[in-house]
Design a protein around this ligand. Sequence first.
Ligand SMILES: [Zn+2]
Length: 431
Amino acid sequence: MREMYRFPALVLIGLLAASPGDFAGEQAAYPTKFSPALAARGDVRQALAYVDRQFDAQVEEWIRITEIPGTSGHEQERAEYVKAELVKLDFTPETDEIGNVWVRRKGTGGGPTVVFGAHMDTVHPLDTPLTVRRDADGTLHAPGIFDNTASVANQLQALRAMREAKIETKGDLIFLFTVQEEVGLKGMYHWIETHPGVAEMLVGVDGGLGSVSYGALGIYWSRMKFSAEGAHTNNSRGQPNPVRAAAQCITGIYTVPLPRADDPVPAIYNVGGMLSGGNVVNAIPREVTFTVDLRTVDAELLQQLDAAIVAKCEAAGTEHRVTFVREWIQKSEAGGRPEQLTEQRAHPIVQTAIDVLRFLDVTLPAGREAIPSGSTDANVGVVMKIPAISVGRSRGGDQHTLQEWADIASAKIGAQQLVLLAVALAEPSGS
Ligand SMILES: [Zn+2]
């Protein structure tokens, strides 16, 4: 998953027009760990050349992994494939009880430990046909081809390239293949919590190739459940009715005010994306449920809106004498408003990633090279105050749908980007 809010163009133009000089000056001042000299090192060039030379194999592997089912919570077969490939590279892969797979590439000492994470799971049910179609226009088509199988293949290829070129870094590199990202970043939360203090920087590898994300969109998914005894229509007059409570609550939620649509820090909710209750015409149902999807990067606003929404449901439950319970479907915390993330933006991890992309001739949208939002495994780092970004994998689109597609050639840049980023962030040995 990687959805994020967009700055409305007008607001951005306004910001830029207000102080173009300041903006450019500020940008130039961001520290970076990348330099053209780093990319010109013999070992780095050799690794990039490996990715270039072996690109057909990378694409074949990408297709192969895509055709392995990987529904969240059912990543085992993909994990087995990944583990086997890591063993071929002389690693001893580690796993945990939730299903994450990772390897540690030891550094020579004196550099930071950098964790790269690509999620193995997809949103597609286990019985989804996964045969990949390759079109003449250089695209691949299959559910999960883009999100996030491309990153899984990219990470494997980056490891191969660094091995082939005998690249040594000062810091340790941990390449992590996570599970259950699509259902609340569960694999990454589990890994970070069971490895406290290990990750000094975190790179989520997910999303389209382009802007670098350094924030975290908070996403709360709730199921609102109203229940009562139920009653036959003939006896329904005056009886507690979960339908009326739910209806009142839904109407009530839509009176909870949101920031203006053009606010630079928007918030949004979708109520009743899933809604169910009852199974006969002639009775008050015993239970009615509906979902709420609430999103904003503003942590305080997220709490306020959530509390207001729950209050509407509680009031409706009381008024209609039915039981109300909120069940969590998933809860991903917010990273903060852009002005609360100035330190995060100033951390070299962000500018390094931007410079790597520019070096690889990726055109970044002007003024949106770095985005103070994000919706990937990197959110875990942002929320836990670990320097964290997410970077893309390839170009593509229609993720989370059966029409999902990806541009083949751009995945080469995706893999080369990981090599450059790994060496820059963990620092080349002997430099
Ligand atoms: Zn994803």
